[in-house]
Design a binder for this molecule. Structure first.
Ligand code: IPE
Ligand code: IPE
Ligand code: MG
Length: 239
């Protein structure tokens, strides 16, 4: 196990988080659900900063799923507005933060303005080494369909042969191309399911489920999840 100079084991290279529990947090306080999302965005800032301090190279966060369109129009537009604000602030503070931002998901369903903002954020941050992946209109199944279509199109165009397809090649067609699989996936809020998150990439991820709502999730909670991860015995099918 790699050690840092404080003799603490090195953190996972890639941590993914299902940012869940915003609605319940708001309900507990008699606030509208959007207030929970707003508090959740603040939590993300704190946690992203803490990941940076710990030396985590990739942070992937589930912000909006392909199923979340089922929510009220008011809630969906509130979340989109928050995303927009978050990205505008990230653009503003880009040089200070030095974080590369990428998006996993089908962005074509977002407003043209938000799509443009995503493209601009990706382009302007592409040379930074630490990376945050925002999953927006993301679904693990949708990602695989998207990859299968792209591969089929390459076959139809004569650039690939069906028998060339391997696990490694398929991975290059996913939104997460070039990003290593997450070692640790954290889901706060008490729910114990994947909800369509990183289905391919999580084949051997360690899941840590926590009973805290995302707006209350603290840097110490992240430390606890990492400690739990270090206690796990990863076998990858071996002995
Ligand atoms: C997660 O919090 C944020 C999104 C899914 C966009 P929820 O809004 O799902 O919060 P709960 O699960 O209802 O408490
Ligand atoms: C998963 O949470 C999606 C995000 C956190 C963005 P949900 O709240 O949508 O998941 P379910 O409905 O509880 O499975
Ligand atoms: Mg939820």
């Amino acid at each position: 196990m790699a050690l840092t100079n404080t003799n603490k084991p090195a953190p996972p290279e890639h941590i993914a988080i299902i940012m869940d529990g915003n609605g319940r947090w708001a309900k507990q306080r008699g606030l509208p659900r959007t207030a929970g999302h707003s508090a959740g965005a603040e939590t993300l800032r704190r946690i992203a900063k803490h990941c940076n301090t710990l030396g985590v190279k990739y942070l992937t966060v589930y912000a909006f799923s392909t199923e979340n369109w089922k929510r009220s129009q008011e809630e969906v537009s509130g979340i989109m507005k928050l995303l927009r604000r978050y990205l505008e602030e990230s653009l503003r503070d880009m040089e200070k933060n030095q974080v590369r931002i990428r998006f996993f998901g089908d962005l074509t369903r977002l407003s043209p303005e938000l799509q443009q903002l995503c493209r601009e954020t990706e382009a302007r941050s592409q040379d930074y080494k630490v990376q945050m992946n925002f999953c927006i209109n993301y679904g693990g199944r949708d990602e695989m369909v998207h990859a299968a279509r792209a591969f089929a199109a390459d076959v139809a165009a004569g650039m690939r042969k069906p028998e060339e397809l391997t696990e490694d090649l398929l991975a290059t067609y996913l939104y997460s191309a070039d990003v290593p699989d997450p070692e640790l996936i954290i889901r706060p809020s008490g729910e114990q399911r994947t909800s369509n998150f990183l289905l391919w990439q999580s084949a051997y991820s360690e899941y840590v489920f926590m009973n805290v709502l995302w707006p209350d999730f603290s840097p110490e909670d992240l430390d606890r999840a990492i400690e739990e991860y270090h206690r796990r015995n990863r076998r990858f099918g071996g002995t």
